[in-house]
Design a protein around this ligand. Structure first.
Ligand code: ASP
Length: 462
């Protein structure tokens, strides 16, 4: 436990300033600065952080770093030593409630912050979860397992395979639903990987994360976890889904198909959107409401197809004007077997790349085109450029999202080296990764959330 030894983590000028006013960590203070007054609790400082700032947790829950050079006076009102520990309460077992397994991989949802070291501590035992989100016990009998404890940029094909296999084992044991706790940044990559590696699941597989950590008043951790757990426990949709904040308020969560979802905003809580389609459904306190009826329904058996393979010699190349052919050549020279291109407009790259694409094709590299517009289909018959690029061996990947095509190509090449078979796998729709058409309301309509849509409809947004 930190916070009891006075000036925890502070060094140099920041420590000197605190000592001058005998303002210890966890003191409730008002700090007069050249930029005005700030009131809050002095937080412990990460030992690795610079020695020139004092950090306050303000009444709003947000932290502010005050440079010692601008501090004119510190007035102490009292001191509160914080308790980091989440109360551990035994997760109750309730006869008759569904059995849900929560598999943790890390990310903000699984963490609380140790202010002193800056370390993120996982909070994932059923006891801790029950202590912090007791509503979960009204929904299900929860079991938890921490598979990984990483921020999601560190989730890659090895973890996708481990996760898919762990899900297979849980389904075989007869759970009623699976929740996967995951960092939000790459949740859509993992959702795509699970959509391919785990097929025909008899139960819902629901990925969930949070954009704001649970020490912040605006955290979405608890609401997302409750929504995801309710979906896993009760939904009839036995799909790989992402369950995250729907509107900007916390009225409901949206359920996105694992292959059609993408993180679209770096900081909004309502950051996940279904692209080129409508979400699968929504979830709130009243339960899950599907928006579609052609989903895989829940079954009573424990059969599932796990095909957890991946060849990581695959790359996703985001085309930009002026890209030089050496980018493609270097991939071929380094033994890459697959390239997904996110091209401009309907699926284009510049002429200087043509020779490099030709060389890649001759070397047996599987190449697929997606669009960097994200919404819409690749259409390579419209312009001469598209037709020429197809002749160089690049296959249009319909309306597959670039990241999804990248994951699918690694998965396909993990199964076979026969490029015709790879093409068959790539172009066979799996869990809506390719759809026949974009519905009229598939372009963000109704995904702003009810308050925004209502304001829009009543003409308040001009
Ligand atoms: N950087 C974190 C992650 O993706 C953010 C989050 O969890 O939302 O792991």
């Amino acid at each position: 436990m930190s916070g009891e030894n006075g000036y925890d983590g502070y060094r140099g000028p920041a420590l000197a300033k605190l000592q001058e006013y005998e303002a210890m960590v966890w003191s409730d203070v008002t700090v007069a600065t050249t930029k005005g007054e700030f009131a809050g609790l002095i937080l412990p400082r990460n030992e690795m952080a610079d020695p020139e700032h004092i950090v306050l947790k303000m009444i709003t829950g947000y932290n502010v770093g005050l440079h010692v050079g601008g501090i004119e006076a510190i007035t102490i009102h009292g001191r509160k030593v914080a308790n980091y520990k989440i109360p551990e309460k035994e997760f109750p077992f309730t006869e008759g409630l569904p059995r849900v397994k929560l598999l943790g991989t890390g990310g903000t949802i699984a963490s609380r912050l140790d202010y002193r070291t800056g370390a993120v501590i996982p909070a994932f035992s059923p006891g801790e979860l029950y202590g912090s989100v007791p509503e979960l016990a009204d929904i299900c009998n929860l079991e938890t397992e921490k598979l990984y404890g990483v921020f999601s940029e560190n989730m890659g094909h090895e973890q996708w395979i481990g996760l898919a296999e762990a899900i297979g084992k849980e389904i075989a044991k007869g759970v009623d639903g699976i929740v996967v706790g995951h960092g939000t940044d790459t949740m859509h990559h993992t959702a795509a990987a699970l959509s391919f590696m785990v097929q025909d699941s008899p139960v819902p597989i629901v990925m969930v994360g949070s954009q704001r950590s649970s020490d912040r008043p605006s955290s979405d951790a608890a609401i997302n976890l409750i929504n995801a757990t309710r979906t896993a426990a009760t939904s009839d949709m036995a799909e790989v889904m992402v369950c995250m904040f729907g509107p900007t308020s916390d009225q409901y969560g949206l359920l996105h198909q694992g292959t059609r979802v993408r993180k679209m905003h770096s900081s909004y809580r309502s950051t996940f959107r279904t692209l080129s389609d409508i979400p699968l459904g929504m979830v709130d306190v009243a339960g899950v409401t599907p928006f579609k009826d052609d989903y895989n329904p829940r079954r009573d058996d424990t059969d599932v197809k796990i095909n957890a393979v991946f060849d990581d010699r695959v790359s996703l190349v985001y085309y930009y004007p002026g890209m030089k052919p050496d980018i493609v050549d270097s991939l071929v020279d380094n033994g890459y077997r697959g390239i997904v291109i996110a091209g401009t407009g309907l699926g284009h790259v510049n002429r200087p790349l043509y020779a490099a694409l030709d060389r890649a094709h001759a070397a047996g590299v599987a190449m697929y085109m997606t669009v960097q517009t994200l919404w819409g289909f690749v259409q390579m018959f419209v312009y001469e450029t598209g037709r020429e690029i197809m002749e160089l061996g690049v296959t249009p990947a319909a309306n597959m999202l670039p990241e999804v095509a990248y994951v699918k190509l690694g998965w396909a090449l993990g199964q076979t080296s026969d490029l015709d078979e790879v093409k068959r796998i790539m172009l066979t729709p799996i869990s809506r990764d390719i759809t026949e058409r974009e519905p009229h309301n598939g372009y963000l309509v109704l995904q702003g959330g009810i308050p925004e849509v209502e304001a829009f409809m009543s003409g308040q947004w001009k």
